[in-house]
Design a binder for this molecule. Structure first.
Ligand code: SOE
Length: 363
């Protein structure tokens, strides 16, 4: 079988994560592109990619099947739209677009072009997440309460700066809060229909390379929400919570069982009953159809599996989809649109303090 051939636009952290994942999934990274030629060359040398192109050349390259858009958020629409026009499959980092109208247009364009379109909501690729999802689906259990948080600390100090700080209408929520919401909807099948949100800024000025600059984006978001199946929930998101590196914690209370997934200890699923909280190791005591969980165990049971592995599993399913094969739960541009619509509601609510409806069927 010929490897699926990828071209990566973006010479930063995410471009390197995608490069490793494509290769580990058996694919080939044909070329790398970025806005800055020297930075892109350095990144290509570090990752052993021999061909460095401009984004336009990479998109037009006849030997590339899948374009990965791993650039700062403001350029996602431009590159993803060009890739779709060129008839390429696209994996585009989130947020798909800076507003939901652009995200909806991209989704429509990808669907009518018939190309595979993916937004890497990679936390779907943990076997313990799949296990909870399958148990909930097969038991018919009613999730009535959901709670959790997604906390990081890489922007805790005013000296911490990154392009994300200056881009878009929301930062902490649009960058990581959307992962939590995607995971919640993926695990439960619920849709968030209404919410009220508050955005909080720890630093109103930060030290950018050019000096002290004002900051408009939030460091934290707090939400209350309701779903189409009668659940309520709460979520706290922060990129300035000291000591927390990638603390994505989601707890789902069903009428008989509760489920806990913690991305910092992802190999055990918390399964709670009134007899206590049992930590079920991944793949060891699977009580559901093993097809729902087995393909997502990358390393032998007992050995830890992490963030990069989840990207590898995602890229394996991208390759499968490109070949017309199965891909169960691949996050698509439609999921990117969901994230944009929830972000719209978060931003709107934070301005008025009111409850705001989340558009459910915009596609
Ligand atoms: C930085 O906040 C970041 O890399 C996010 O952009 C990713 O989506 C998240 O998975 C990890 O943190």
């Amino acid at each position: 079988m010929e490897p699926v051939r990828s071209g990566i636009i973006g010479a930063g952290f995410m471009g390197a994560v995608h490069t490793r994942a494509v290769r580990a999934a058996g694919g080939e990274v044909v070329a790398l592109a970025g806005r800055s030629a020297s930075r892109t060359k350095d990144a290509a040398t570090r990752s052993g990619v021999t061909l460095v192109l401009s984004p336009a050349e990479l998109i037009a390259h006849p030997d590339i099947d899948v374009i990965h858009v791993c650039t700062p958020n403001a350029s996602h629409v431009e590159f993803a739209a060009a890739a779709i026009d060129a008839g390429k499959h696209v994996v585009c980092e989130k947020p798909l677009a800076l507003n939901s109208q652009d995200a909806i247009s991209l989704e429509r364009a990808a669907r009518s072009a018939g190309v595979i379109n993916v937004v890497p909501f990679v936390y779907r690729y943990y076997p313990t997440v799949r296990e909870a999802r399958a148990r909930l689906a097969s038991s018919g259990e009613r999730v009535w309460l959901a709670h959790g948080h997604y906390l990081q600390d890489w922007l805790a100090d005013s000296e911490d700066y990154n392009w994300r700080v200056a881009e878009g209408r929301s930062r902490a929520f649009a960058d990581i809060g959307v992962h939590w919401c995607d995971l919640f909807e993926f695990m439960t099948g619920h849709r968030i229909t209404r919410l009220t949100a508050r955005l909080t800024r720890l630093h109103s000025e930060r030290w950018a390379p050019q000096g002290l600059v004002p900051v408009d984006t939030e460091d934290a978001a707090s939400l209350l929400f309701e779903t189409d199946r009668g659940a309520t929930g709460s979520l706290v998101v922060s990129q300035a919570s000291r000591g927390r590196k990638n603390r994505l914690w989601i707890e789902l209370d069903g009428d008989r069982t509760s489920f806990v997934f913690d991305q910092e200890a992802p190999d055990h699923l918390g399964v709670g009953t009134t007899h206590g909280m049992q930590l079920v190791p991944k793949g060891v005591e699977t009580s559901v159809d093993t097809n729902a969980v087995g393909p997502y165990i990358m390393v032998p049971s007992g050995h830890p599996q992490g963030y990069q592995d989840s990207f590898t599993l995602l890229m394996s399913e991208v390759a499968s989809a490109v070949r017309g094969g199965p891909a169960t739960g691949l996050p698509t541009f439609a999921d990117g649109v969901r994230a944009a619509l929830i972000t719209d509601a978060v931003v709107a609510s934070s301005m008025t303090g009111e409850w705001v409806d989340v558009e459910v069927s915009a596609l």
